[in-house]
Design a protein around this ligand. Sequence first.
Ligand code: FE2
Length: 234
Amino acid sequence: MSADTPFSPEDPAAQPASLFPDYRSTVLRSPSQPLIRIPQTLTETSGLSDGWDRLMGGAFADLTTQHEGVALGQRIVVTGRVLDENHRPVPRTVIEIWQANSAGRYAHVRDQWDAPLDPNFSGAGRVVTDDDGAYRYLTVRPGAYPWGNHHNAWRPAHIHLSLLGPAFATRLVTQMYFPDDPLIEIDPIANAVPLPYRQRMVSRFDIGTTVPNWALGYNFDIILRGREATPTED
Ligand SMILES: [Fe+2]
């Protein structure tokens, strides 16, 4: 398929509404005018298909040993594949990762709630998918943290992810949740995505990914938009 083959439009039913009043900051930042669809041109349908390492530096696939000591918390391995809507792997694409530490605090000047920082955990990583679209990284399970959305509001444990994919039109910023977390069903950010699509943001515990005597394993596949053309089969 040529680079100027357009990508499928977003399925609005599977995406969070831009205005979701329970998630308070959407009230101010959501568009007040009807959206205008911009046709996809070469700018949106093409991108860097390879060479992320050259552009961004090497991978940071281990978030637990970026400092002198080892990060505190429950070690976890996260694996999965990046696919498009036709279930084709998205190879050699970069995944940027950021998260709170095991106590639920970000190493960021704006995060000042009363939970300890971990001097051995920055909470930022980056991996590139292989030829099969597969990725793997090691981190610690992030803690839940309070936020000011409403009284006694707590974010479920989550890992932030950003993927560009093969083109600007496939850019995805999302969050990965954990399957055993009771905060998901009362979290306005997670609930802005309707069921059953919300489940796509919840990782799966995987004993096969779990490393004996070392780290629990979670599996999380990520699906980017597919090209609109009918796939050609050999
Ligand atoms: Fe967060």
